[in-house]
Design a binder for this molecule. Structure first.
Ligand code: ZN
Length: 141
């Protein structure tokens, strides 16, 4: 299935700098396990998928594998690319960045990844140039 694109984000949310669909999400306390943040500034469309993914991490125990939460909203170009990163609209998160660098072999377990991919996310670890730290919302199409 096709990945979510910056073009799709522009048509749905407008220019990234407008931060039109962004919210400061007060993460429910039952999800504040391990290094899951207390607050995340993210796109509104992330609330349900992220809630489900965090719940899955907790119920399966894979939350232990979550070492660092490395950010969501960040207006920038794709690393090594010409288009805007989906982080610009707050529809992507990075985790365990130190062990899952761009172009490196990802270290996240399949079970951990599944907690996200079962709940509305695509994972960058499968890409030609792996981005193992990166999870982004599935395409709206
Ligand atoms: Zn990312």
């Amino acid at each position: 299935m096709a990945l979510l694109t910056s073009t799709e984000c522009v048509s749905r949310y407008g220019a990234a700098y407008k931060e039109s669909n962004m919210v400061l999400w007060d993460v429910p306390s039952e999800l504040e396990i391990g290094v899951i943040p207390k607050r995340i500034y993210c796109n509104k469309d992330m609330l349900i998928p992220l809630t489900l993914a965090f719940k899955a991490l907790i119920s399966t125990g894979y939350v232990k594998e979550l070492k660092t939460f490395d950010g969501c909203f960040n207006i920038r170009q794709k690393r090594g690319g010409v288009t805007q990163s989906l982080h610009s609209w707050g529809v992507a998160i990075d985790v365990n960045a130190a062990w899952n660098g761009l172009g490196k072999t990802p270290t996240l377990s399949q079970g951990f990844v599944k907690c996200f991919t079962d709940n509305g996310f695509d994972w960058g670890g499968h890409w030609n140039k792996p981005d193992g730290m990166h999870f982004q919302l599935k395409s709206f199409k």
